[in-house]
Design a binder for this molecule. Structure first.
Ligand SMILES: Cc1ncc(COP(=O)(O)O)c(C=O)c1O
Length: 238
C-alpha cells in the first residue's frame, strides 16, 4: 500500500522509506494539491534516499511536465532524473494519451505487453504525441513558457503588492498559484463574469495554467481582469 507524508518534509521522508519500500511517488510541483513546488532540498533528498534504500523515484509530471514550467520536464529544474516519469494531459495536444518514461535500467524490467491497456500504443495517439513534441520544440513553446512564466509571475507579484486581498504567489513557469485572503471561489466567479477562466485548487488559491502559446497581451488582459475582480470582491489598492 501507500503511505503519505507531508510534502517537502525531508525528515518524514527519511523516516518513511526503508529497504522494503518499492518506490517514492511525487509531483515535482503539486497541481491539484495547490500549486506547491518541491523544494530543491526535498527533491534531491528524495533522489538520494531512494538510491540509498534501493527504491525507485517516480515523478508524476502529468500536469507539470512537457514544457509547462519552462523546461521539458519540471525535474530538470532540480538536476534530478527520476527512475520513472509519468506523462499525460498535454502529451497529445488535446488527444487522450499518456506515457511512462523509464531509465534504461528500469526499462529492462518491462517487456512489450507487460504494461498494457486495450488502446495503449495506438497509432493515432502516438502520432498526436509525436506531433505535439515536435511542435513544442520547433515552435519554441518551452522557451516561451519560461519567458511568459517570468512575465506572468512578476505581474502577479506586482498585483499582490498593490492589492490588500493577495497573500502571495507560488509556482514555476506557466504553472502559477495566487494565494488570497478570501475564498478563491468568489474570485473565480468574478473573473468568469469578466471573461477570464481560472480555477480554485484550494480554499484560498487560484491556479493559472495558460496555454504555452500565451503572449504578453493576453497576460496583461488576464491580470487586468483579475485586478477588477479583486476590486469587486472588496480589495483595496495600496
Ligand atoms: C499530476 C496528475 N497526475 C495524474 C492525473 C490524472 O490524469 P488523467 O486524468 O489523464 O488520468 C492528473 C489529473 O489531473 C494530474 O494532475
Amino acid at each position: 500500500g501507500f503511505r503519505y507524508i507531508p510534502f517537502n518534509d525531508v525528515a518524514a521522508l527519511e523516516a518513511a522509506v526503508t529497504d522494503k519500500t518499492a518506490a517514492v511517488l511525487l509531483e515535482p510541483i503539486q497541481g491539484e494539491g495547490g500549486v506547491y513546488p518541491a523544494s530543491e532540498e526535498f527533491l534531491r533528498a528524495a533522489h538520494a534516499i531512494c538510491r540509498d534504500q534501493g527504491a525507485l523515484l517516480i515523478c508524476d509530471e502529468v500536469q507539470c511536465g512537457l514544457g509547462r514550467t519552462g523546461r521539458l520536464l519540471a525535474q530538470e529544474h532540480y538536476g534530478v532524473t527520476a527512475d520513472i516519469t509519468c506523462l499525460g494531459k498535454a502529451l497529445g495536444g488535446g488527444f487522450p494519451v499518456g506515457a511512462v518514461l523509464a531509465t534504461e535500467e528500469v526499462a529492462q524490467a518491462f517487456a512489450p505487453g507487460d504494461h498494457a491497456s486495450t488502446f495503449g500504443g495506438n497509432p493515432l495517439a502516438a502520432a498526436a504525441a509525436l506531433e505535439t513534441l515536435r511542435t513544442l520544440e520547433e515552435e519554441g513553446l518551452i522557451a516561451n513558457a519560461a519567458r511568459m512564466g517570468v512575465y506572468f509571475r512578476e505581474a502577479l507579484e506586482k498585483l499582490g503588492a498593490e492589492n490588500s486581498l493577495v497573500a502571495g504567489v507560488r509556482g514555476l513557469g506557466l504553472m502559477l498559484g495566487l494565494v488570497l485572503k478570501i475564498p478563491a471561489k468568489r474570485v473565480v466567479a468574478l473573473c468568469q463574469e469578466r471573461g477570464l477562466l481560472v480555477n480554485a485548487v484550494k480554499e484560498d488559491t487560484l491556479r493559472f495554467l495558460p496555454p504555452l502559446t500565451v503572449g504578453t497581451a493576453e497576460i496583461d488582459r488576464a491580470v487586468a481582469i483579475l485586478r477588477a475582480a479583486l476590486t469587486a470582491a472588496g480589495g483595496k489598492e495600496n
